[in-house]
Design a protein around this ligand. Sequence first.
Ligand SMILES: Nc1ncnc2c1ncn2[C@@H]1O[C@H](COP(=O)(O)OP(=O)(O)OP(=O)(O)O)[C@@H](O)[C@H]1O
Ligand SMILES: [Mg+2]
Length: 340
Amino acid sequence: MGDTMLEIRNLSAGYATAKGFVRAVDDVSFSLGRGEFLGVAGESGCGKSTLAYAIMRLLRDNARIESGSALFKGRDLAAMTAAEVNAHRWTDMAMVFQSAMNALNPVLSVGEQLTDAVHAHRSVSRAEAEALAAEMLALVDIHADRLKSYPHQLSGGMRQRVMIAMALILKPELLIMDEPTTALDVVVQRSIIEKIEELRRRLGFSVIFITHDLSLLVEISDSLGIMYAGRMVEYGPAAELFNDPRHPYTEGLMNSFPSLTGPLRRMDGIEGRTPDLLSPPPGCRFAPRCRYARPTCSAGDPPRLEPLGGGRLSACPYPRRGEAYGCAPAAPAAPEGGSL
Ligand SMILES: Nc1ncnc2c1ncn2[C@@H]1O[C@H](COP(=O)(O)OP(=O)(O)OP(=O)(O)O)[C@@H](O)[C@H]1O
Ligand SMILES: [Mg+2]
């Protein structure tokens, strides 16, 4: 995918709590090319938002980057001073937050909020900022009339589009979207994702799209990263990863959500719960829930992401379905009419 936009190397980050340090991102590495669309999926609490906040240098007071680096076009974000971060954030890379559509200021019009975002970073005239605001609204299919509207006058889907317009208004090269569609119904979710994809093609920015719903990402992502308990456990080209998962967690995650377009199949989900990150289990953190686990899986350090060829990586030491990691055969797909 052309040149590298973002290179995450052995990044660890987490939270100081009264009970100890919660390492929510643990030794994560990946790279993102210019214009590439990376989907990051994993269950609640696996560290997706922490990863996004660490890249944006927006970690809360009790949070810190412990080690590793995050290179944005070769510059280490983790080592930037506060002033450098301020100059870079929102202009070079922007983020749409989890439940962002509720983050619009209720007492300011959409137009005021969009132009404020411009004025905060660029010295342009009011007319120029307003023109830019109208242009961005048009990009997300909202008529310029709506510049005068207040957030409560817009539907949830429209508010989310406004947030996307706001994130893109300074023409960033990287857009991080943290579950931007979770609160919306499935049809609106689809249309927003298609919009982001269209804008990416037109404007050429890179995307990191975070969700717990893997099925949303498959068609649209170039690459997928699957996180479990702070670790990246599988990474690779989206279609291949989806069609032939090489980590039992990926396989389980795929069986947890109905496909919007594929055939009906049984939704098995994954039994058990994600571990407490204050004291994660030894060895592979997924082993206690893995139906293929062997005794050796639960010993030593967590297995590292290892290349399998073809741009694919898996942290499962037995990454071939039906072969080594198949201590038990994968459950057969349910016949047509299986529950959704
Ligand atoms: N401010 C905080 N203080 C302490 N621990 C935190 C804080 N925020 C998050 N955590 C912990 O860090 C871990 C990762 O949280 P994070 O929000 O990054 O997960 P997530 O994958 O984004 O989950 P979700 O899908 O629910 O948004 C969790 O175990 C969570 O409890
Ligand atoms: Mg989150």
